[in-house]
Design a binder for this molecule. Structure first.
Ligand code: KG4
Length: 348
C-alpha cells in the first residue's frame, strides 16, 4: 500500500509544506521563500522570519492538502514530519506547532526531523537512496560539513568549518562587493559574466592569476575541515586596496577558492574512507560551477554521486517528508522533547 506523509520545514527563511508518496514522489510542494522580505536587511531577521512562517502556514498547508485530494482522492496521510533542529528557535516553533495541530486532526504521529539529515534525503526524490555507508557533503548558509552516514539517524561528522559556512562566505562576500542577498546566486551570476567575457572553462581551473589565498593550504590529507573567514578578510583588504575592482573577475576568483577547498576535502575524504557513494546537498550545491566540479571529481574517481535537483537544494518541505518516510517505515524515530538550535544528533 502506498504511504503518504506530510513534511514541514521552517528552520530559517523558507516556509515549506510537502506531501510525499513512498518517500520518493512529490505530490505537492508549496514553498514560500522570505528572501525578498529580508533582502533590505542583508540577512535573515529572526523575529520577522517567525512571524512570516505563522502567516504563511495556513495557506501553504491548505494548498498542499487540496492538491493531495485532487490527485489521490480519499488516500490518507500516515505521518507528519517536521524539522525540529537545528535552526532559529522561533521559526522552528512555528513549524512544530503546525505539525502538532495536523497530527491531532489527522490522528497520525509527528516525526521530528534533523534538518541536516533531511538535506541528504532530497536526493531520494525520483531516485533511490544509495546504500549505507555514504559520505554526505553538506553546504548551506549555516553549515559546511562532511559526514560519514552509516544509517538512519547515524551520522558521524568527519569535517566541519572552523568559522564561517560556505554559503555564509558567499553571502558576506556579495555584501562586500555590493551584490544582492543571498550572495551565492549573485556571485555565481557575476562569475558567469566573467566566463562569458573570457571564454574560460566552467569547471574551475585554479591558476596563478587568482588574487586570493588558497584555504588551509597546509591541512593534512587526512583532515577534511573548512575555513572561510581568512578568505573573507582577504577580500575585504582587496576591495580596500582596489577601489575600482572588476566585480565579475573578483567574484569568479573568490568563488573559485571556495569551490577549491570543497572539492579538495571531498576528494581526500573519498580516498581516506574508501567510500565511493556520495551525496552533496544544501543550498550551495545549487551552484553551477560547484556542480560541474563535483561531476568532474565523480568521473575521475568513479563515484556514485547524487546531488538533488536545483529546486530541492535549498530548504524545502519535500526533503523533510522524504526522510520522515524512512523513519516511518522503520517504525521508530527520535522522541521529541523540544525544538533546538543544536546541531547535535543526540536527541535529549
Ligand atoms: O540550504 P539553504 O537554503 O539554507 C540553510 O539551511 O542555510 O542554503 C542557503 C545558502 C545561502 O548562503 C545562499 O547564498 C546559498 O545557499 N546558495 C547558493 C546558491 N543558491 C543558494 N550558493 C551558491 N550558488 C548558488 N546558486
Amino acid at each position: 500500500m502506498d504511504i503518504f506523509g506530510l513534511g514541514i520545514e521552517s528552520s530559517c527563511d523558507e516556509t515549506g509544506v510537502a506531501i510525499i508518496k513512498n518517500g520518493e514522489e512529490v505530490i505537492s510542494n508549496p514553498l514560500f521563500s522570505q528572501i525578498e522580505s529580508h533582502r533590505m536587511y542583508g540577512g535573515v531577521v529572526p523575529e520577522h522570519a517567525s512571524r512570516m512562517h505563522l502567516e504563511k502556514f495556513p495557506s501553504l498547508i491548505q494548498a498542499a492538502l487540496d492538491e493531495f485530494k485532487k490527485k489521490n482522492g480519499k488516500s490518507r496521510l500516515s505521518y507528519i514530519a517536521v524539522t525540529t533542529r537545528p535552526g532559529l528557535i522561533g521559526s522552528l516553533l512555528m513549524g512544530y506547532n503546525a505539525a502538532l495541530a495536523l497530527s491531532s486532526i489527522h490522528q497520525v504521529p509527528v516525526i521530528p526531523i534533523h534538518h541536516l539529515e533531511a538535506h541528504f534525503y532530497a536526493s531520494s526524490i525520483d531516485k533511490k537512496m544509495p546504500a549505507y555507508p555514504f559520505i554526505g557533503l553538506l553546504l548551506s548558509g549555516g553549515n559546511s560539513s562532511l559526514f560519514l552516514v552509516r544509517g538512519l539517524g547515524d551520522m558521524q561528522i568527519i569535517g566541519d568549518t572552523y568559522d564561517d559556512a560556505a554559503g555564509e562566505a558567499l553571502d558576506k562576500a556579495a555584501s562586500l562587493l555590493g551584490l544582492e542577498y543571498p550572495g551565492g546566486p549573485s556571485i555565481q551570476q557575476e562569475a558567469e559574466k566573467f566566463i562569458k567575457r573570457n571564454d574560460a572553462r566552467v569547471i574551475p581551473q585554479i591558476n596563478k592569476q587568482n588574487p586570493f589565498p588558497k584555504i588551509l593550504k597546509g591541512q593534512s590529507p587526512e583532515q577534511f575541515d573548512f575555513s572561510f573567514s581568512g578568505l573573507k578578510t582577504s577580500l575585504l583588504y582587496y576591495t580596500q586596496k582596489n577601489p575600482d575592482l572588476d566585480i565579475q573577475r573578483t567574484a569568479y576568483y573568490y568563488q573559485e577558492r571556495v569551490i577549491e577547498i570543497i572539492l579538495r576535502n571531498l576528494e581526500n575524504a573519498v580516498k581516506n574512507l574508501g567510500i565511493s557513494r556520495v551525496i552533496a546537498a544544501g543550498g550551495v550545491t545549487a551552484n553551477k560551477f560547484l556542480r560541474a566540479g563535483l561531476g568532474e571529481l565523480a568521473h575521475r574517481h568513479s563515484l556514485d554521486l547524487r546531488i538533488p535537483p536545483i529546486y530541492l537544494c535549498t530548504d524545502n518541505g519535500a526533503m523533510v517528508g522524504a526522510l520522515g518516510y524512512h523513519y516511518f517505515k522503520e517504525g521508530s524515530w527520535p522522541s521529541i522533547k523540544k525544538v533546538s538550535s543544536s546541531k547535535s544528533f543526540t536527541w535529549e
